[in-house]
Design a protein around this ligand. Structure first.
Ligand code: NAD
Length: 485
């Protein structure tokens, strides 16, 4: 397993540095100990990325695309090992890790293509109404970018940032979450084999509270793209202001799933289960607020309880496991605190509400019904396998309840009426909406939220443009005939 920072194409081993343990959440045993990046390592990575920028940004999109494709090929070849390592570190069932790796591969492939397309689009004429003048626009890489990622989708969240950044021609410093550093360091090995020039991607494992601010405040970094919790996101936004840095923020959520009385119940149950118990609910997009039409609420809850009863909880590497442990002790304890709050508030628990009686950070899938709108369980992100429900009488009430939330990341709507699905989609304040299906985020679509869920969009062409600067060039072409500005 890889355990040291990756800077300027080299693994930087130093003695006497702060160490970081990566823990198997299913056994609570230390898997590997990482050497964290020092203050000097961060400086070295920033210098390396700045040195590499001129050459990398001058390469053709086509050749950047070739390297991105090579990264995807290597990941595809190593998918089994990467998935197993991911499950060991993160705890999720092996099938989910495979799906993550497939997502990362698809992302590198998509941006390989986008990079190649850039060669024809890098400079585009802009028609002007004014006579005698012409203009064209250039899309340039924004510069050196710091990418700060969480632990819930290893290699995926980083791919969503690294692939478009490299495609655009930026150079990168990745600061992965502490818990999953060892798997993100695999990227160093992969990009070396893919022949990415040295210094173009640097990886700095270590504590976010130390390395994060050093990167975000750094004068020689042009952009920060952050995915994580709102508290840290606010700090990143404030720190970035010190150098008026461009930022993208992908933050938390408390997304609704609305089930109307004309919905296919089995499909709705599938969407509810996947929306809150996939990855043990550790998803920014978790549909943790279930809104059910009162006519079907009893039937839906009964079906849901049957499905939850069938859910196999166990170590991610064990055959048949459908829900693994929480990834970190901190997150496990945070969810246990939520159970205490629910007890104090006398919320109606219909299943779960405690830890499993075994080693590891395992929690029961949990459902509270008729949760008051002022309860923190209804308003705040829990980031665990905890579903809160409410009933509604009308479409208008469902929309109002769904939108009465500080976040606006995602939503699911279950109904068999296409007109209703379109109508409700138009009114929901959410960046990504699914109809009658579990959560899938194709790389060609966009990802990002309204309100406190963040700033900016990832994936698709939007992901690429978030790493580009726009430059206009105007010039006179003849007699000035049009209006002067
Ligand atoms: P976190 O905010 O604790 O940490 C995220 C990253 O920020 C880590 O790499 C961490 O080391 C680093 N960090 C910590 N302090 C920092 C600082 N002062 N400056 C800069 N960086 C710092 O989040 P987490 O616990 O790793 O992840 C869970 C959160 O992430 C949840 O709230 C979840 O909703 C959010 N999330 C959002 C999305 C999205 O796309 N919107 C996706 C995944 C996770």
């Amino acid at each position: 397993m890889l355990t040291t920072p990756f800077i300027d194409g080299k693994w930087v081993a130093q003695s006497d540095v702060e160490q970081l343990d990566c823990i198997d959440p299913a056994t609570e045993k230390v898997i590997v100990t990482i050497q964290t990046a020092t203050v000097q390592d961060v400086e070295d990575a920033v210098s390396a990325a700045n040195r590499a920028f001129e050459e990398w940004s001058a390469t053709s999109g086509q050749s950047r695309g070739v390297i991105l494709s090579a990264i995807a090929d290597i990941m595809e070849r190593d998918a089994k090992d990467l998935s197993e390592l991911s499950t060991l570190i993160n705890g999720k069932p092996l099938g989910e890790s495979y799906f993550d790796i497939e997502d990362a591969i698809a992302t590198y492939r998509y941006y390989a293509q986008q990079a190649a397309f850039l060669d024809d689009k890098q400079e585009t004429d802009v028609p002007l109404a004014m006579e005698g003048f012409s203009s064209y626009v250039r899309f340039e890489p924004i510069g050196v970018v710091a990418l700060i990622t969480p632990w819930n989708f290893p290699l995926v969240t980083s791919a969503w940032k690294i692939a478009p950044a490299l495609a655009a021609g930026c150079t990168v410093i990745l600061k992965p979450a502490e818990a999953v550093s060892t798997i993100e360091l695999e990227l160093g090995r992969i990009v070396q084999e893919a022949k990415l020039p040295k210094g173009v991607l640097n990886i700095l494992p270590g504590p976010g509270a130390r390395i994060g601010p050093q990167l975000v405040n750094h004068a020689n970094i042009d952009k920060v793209s952050f995915t994580g919790g709102n508290k840290v996101g606010e700090t990143v936004m404030k720190d970035a202001a010190s150098t008026t840095k461009d930022i993208s923020l992908e933050l938390g959520g408390k997304s609704p799933i609305l089930v109307f009385d004309d919905a296919n119940m089995d499909k709705a149950v599938d969407a509810i289960m996947a929306g809150i118990f996939y990855n043990s609910g550790q998803m920014c997009s978790a549909t943790s607020r279930l809104l059910m039409h009162e006519n079907i609420a009893d039937e839906l809850v009964e079906k849901l309880l049957t499905e939850i009863g069938n859910l196999k909880i166990g170590p991610g590497l064990a055959a048949g496991s459908q829900m693994g442990p929480m990834t970190t002790k901190r997150q496990y304890e945070a969810v246990l605190k939520t159970f205490e709050t629910a007890q104090k508030e006398n919320l109606t628990l219909i299943t779960g509400g405690k830890a499993l009686d075994r080693k590891g950070y395992f929690l029961e899938p949990t459902v509270y019904v008729d949760v008051p709108v002022d309860s923190s369980l209804w308003t705040d992100e829990i980031f665990g396998p905890v579903l809160c429900t409410k009933t509604f009488k009308s479409e208008a009430e469902a929309i109002a309840l769904a939108n009465d939330c500080k976040f606006g990341l995602a939503a699911t709507i279950c109904s068999s009426d296409t007109q209703r699905l379109r109508r409700v989609s138009k009114k929901l304040k959410a960046g990504h909406i699914w109809w009658n299906m579990p959560q899938i985020v194709p790389v060609e679509t966009s990802w990002g939220g309204f309100k406190a869920s963040g700033i900016g969009r990832e994936l698709g062409p939007w992901g690429l443009s978030s790493f580009q600067a726009v430059k206009h060039i105007d010039f006179e072409t003849g007699e000035r005939g049009g209006p002067r500005r």
